[in-house]
Design a protein. Structure first.
Length: 95
């Protein structure tokens, strides 16, 4: 899935996430960007905490898209909530 909100030929910023909320946040900044769905396996690793999972996946999403678009700034993001820990973790990674 790729959605472009950038009118220039070469995107300078890419959101590596399909999150509607994150897309809306970037839209509020009124800067051009493109949305590309990262192809990342989001299965938690054995023993991985929600904090570790959020960090790893934010970075993996940014890296996956940056490899295909080395000329652009890429933002990868992941949020995890764990009810038994009563915590919410959100991370943004740049590539």
């Amino acid at each position: 899935m790729s959605q472009t909100t950038n009118t220039s030929k070469n995107p300078s910023l890419i959101l590596a996430s399909t999150s509607v909320y994150r897309r809306e946040l970037l839209t509020r900044l009124r800067i051009p960007f493109e949305v590309i769905s990262p192809k990342v396996d989001e299965t938690p690793l054995t023993g991985e905490s929600t904090l570790e999972l959020a960090k790893r996946l934010a970075h993996a999403k940014a890296e996956a898209v940056a490899k295909q678009h080395p000329e652009a700034w890429v933002i990868g993001s992941r949020s995890e909530e764990h009810t038994s820990e009563l915590q919410s973790h959100s991370f943004i990674s740049y590539a």
